[in-house]
Design a binder for this molecule. Structure first.
Ligand code: MN
Length: 236
């Protein structure tokens, strides 16, 4: 499990680094080039067009959510990291080392929100949703008792997260579980390996669903959930 987790982290950082490299050089760099180059926290490009998740998530919501909220977490994290002993570390290290440190609350909140949002964009795809296949479905059936039971557990976690936060499908001690976290909290600071997440901060759905968070969750699971990404994380 530790191996899986480590690999998944590297893959995630690779995604982040590719974004940075593409922006800064326009060229293709190797993993080691990226690691040496990697100073500031970057916002990876959206993995699809900004209107590709309509009608569940509108272009307008993406414009604010990716273009303003996520971008602001990146800018704030970099501002707060300047001069900090955590500056220049990989994003996941910054999150782990700042977690629970009362002098680094701002760094943790912004860095964790950068990571959570990048993971969220990857947790969706146009034409996604419905049931997964392959190993992931087998594991969901084994660990939840059926896909419907998983949907119920995930929807319930997402709907009952009081205030701002996230619901997650994670792998913990070899078992799939549903968890929820408040504000910027993230499974990265636990032993659980995140496979998929839904953002249930109001900014994620309010322009499209107003106060109807359960409808956003239902449509998200039916039409957007990226099971390929979740399965890659499970097997990775
Ligand atoms: Mn958000």
């Amino acid at each position: 499990m530790e191996d899986h987790r480590g690999l998944s982290r590297r893959q995630f950082l690779y995604v982040a680094a590719v974004g940075a490299a593409a922006v800064s050089t326009g060229g293709i760099l190797t993993m080691s080039d990226q690691a040496q180059a990697a100073p500031a926290i970057v916002q990876p490009p959206l993995p699809y067009a900004d209107n590709a998740l309509e009608p569940v998530i509108s272009q307008k919501t993406i414009g604010f959510h990716y273009g303003k909220h996520h971008a602001a977490y990146v800018a704030n994290a970099n501002k707060l990291l300047a001069g900090s002993d955590l500056a220049g570390l990989p994003l996941e290290e910054i999150i782990k080392r700042s977690a629970g440190d009362k002098d680094k609350v701002g760094i943790f909140n912004n860095a964790a929100q950068v990571w959570n949002h990048t993971f969220y964009w990857l947790s969706m795809k146009p034409g996604g949703g419905g049931q997964p296949g392959g190993e992931l479905l087998k594991k969901i059936q084994a660990d939840f008792g059926g896909f419907d039971q998983f949907v119920e557990a995930f929807s319930n976690a997402a709907a009952t997260q009081f205030g701002s936060g996230w619901a997650w499908l994670v792998l913990a001690d070899g078992k799939l579980m549903v968890t929820k976290t408040a504000n910027a909290e993230t499974p990265l600071t636990t032993k659980a390996k995140p496979l998929l997440t839904i953002d249930v901060w109001e900014h994620a759905y309010y322009l499209d669903y107003q106060n109807r968070r359960p409808d956003y969750i239902k449509d998200w699971l039916a039409k957007l959930a990226n099971w390929d990404f979740a399965q890659k994380n499970l097997l990775g």
